[in-house]
Design a binder for this molecule. Structure first.
Ligand code: COS
Length: 386
């Protein structure tokens, strides 16, 4: 870890510092050996390794009612993993997002059935929310779950599903129709082996990770697959995103810190006009802007995480601010890193070229930057929506 001084901020407790050091040392040893050529196999391997060595523990607490998600630990984990490997961060994050609705809202039986498996890395999780016409507009979901005997039958299509095609556990949001719009959705547990679930399309993106469009055809689940009450689905999705949006900001922070590290090395080692690049004042100006963006992002990310961990009922605004600022700031930082690296910055496989591809999606997924602005503005005009 190049500069761990942020861990001395009052947001953290000694256990957070210990976790950060342990994961950082682990990442250094274990992540370089992962072969990324087959992205599904790499993701499975990463989930298995993280689970085997106990690092998925924070993604799925909740065996008892006393255990709660610690957002600071999740954020430190994502920041640390992202600094080392975008795919490792992805593998960790999706175990958390996928298991999140069960951790936060599941019955003791649902938690006992799934959480030990997801945190041991023995079941891969997916959060199945987006549809072609409702990525940002969640209240518009059309995938339907109709009551059938004592269970439900789900029909429809979902897209942009991370871990789609390799997940064992799917949390599927579908319309059950208790009311129009947001009040008529429910959340269900669907197992990967369910014959009513299939992969309609694998989606390739600029920073490869398992992603798919999923089809639900006559997909039957039992009554105990329902999470919470019928009609609770929208609030379950939003409350889960309130936790994980902060961690998206943390991942962006990890990417940005890596970009700054690469830039500092470059500025010290590259000679230009008879002196190290870093002696040019314009380069120093860029480095100062990068450091400022990183610290401001870190303050917002860990403010949001700390606020949630201290028991705030809702952190919608803090999480939206953290995600919005940290992802936009990381994009700026990484773009500057590419510029300072010159031609090497766009050479395939160079760390800053990889970061340039990795960061882009974070400004879109789990609520695009524009959606975060809507959330922030609404929270200011209506205190209940905080
Ligand atoms: N936590 C708990 N409840 C929430 C909530 C939250 N964070 N946000 C909204 N709610 C509640 C509201 O209080 C409201 O409850 P009542 O009906 O009891 O009043 C209900 O949910 C509907 O809320 P709202 O009217 O704000 O819904 P909108 O359809 O206007 O939602 C946005 C608007 C855009 C904010 C929402 O759809 C959103 O966040 N979209 C982005 C989704 C996303 O991240 N997509 C990416 C897919 S995951 S990779």
């Amino acid at each position: 870890m190049r500069d761990p001084s942020f861990l001395d901020w009052p947001f953290f407790e000694p256990r957070h510092r210990a976790f950060a050091e342990k994961l950082d040392a682990w990442a250094d040893v274990h992540l370089k050996a992962v072969d990324h050529h087959d992205v599904d196999a790499a993701c499975r391997a990463l989930v298995a390794m993280l689970g085997r060595d106990g690092f998925l523990q924070p993604t799925a607490p909740g065996d008892s009612d006393a255990e709660r998600i610690d957002v600071r630990t999740l954020a430190i984990a994502r920041e640390t993993l992202a600094r080392n490997s975008g795919l490792a961060d992805f593998a960790f994050a999706m175990q958390g997002l996928g298991a999140g609705p069960i951790s936060l809202f599941g019955t003791l039986a649902q938690r006992a059935a799934w959480l030990p498996k997801t945190r041991a890395g023995k079941a891969i999780a997916a959060f199945v929310l987006s549809e072609v016409a409702s990525g940002s507009d969640v209240a518009n979901i059309t995938t339907a779950a109709r009551k059938d005997g004592d269970g439900y039958v789900i029909d429809g299509e979902k897209t942009w599903i991370s871990n789609g095609g390799i997940a064992d556990l799917h949390i599927v949001f579908a319309r059950t129709g208790e009311a129009p719009g947001a009040r008529g959705l429910s959340a269900f547990i669907v197992e990967g082996s369910n014959p009513g679930l299939s992969v309609a399309e694998r989606i390739e993106v600029i920073a490869p990770h398992p992603l798919a469009r999923l089809a639900f055809k006559n997909c039957r689940v039992s009554a105990d697959a329902l999470i919470g009450e019928p009609g609770d689905g929208f609030k379950i999705a939003m409350a889960t995103l309130d936790v994980f949006r902060t961690t998206v900001g943390a991942a962006a922070l990890g990417f940005a810190r890596r970009a700054l590290d690469e830039t500092l090395n470059r500025a010290a080692s590259r000679q230009l006009f008879g002196a190290p690049l870093g002696e040019l004042q314009m380069v120093q100006g860029h480095i100062a802007d990068m450091a400022l963006d990183i610290d401001a992002a870190a303050l917002l990310v860990y403010r949001a995480a700390w606020t949630k961990d201290k028991g705030a009922a809702r952190v919608t605004r803090e999480a939206a601010m953290a995600k919005l600022f940290a992802t936009e700031a990381a994009q700026r930082v990484i773009d500057t890193a590419v510029q300072i690296h010159g031609g090497d910055g766009v050479r395939s496989g160079h760390p800053v070229e990889t970061l340039y591809r990795e960061i882009r999606a974070l400004r879109i997924y789990e609520g695009a930057s524009d959606v975060q602005k809507v959330v922030i503005a609404r929270s200011l005009s209506s205190p209940g929506a905080r």
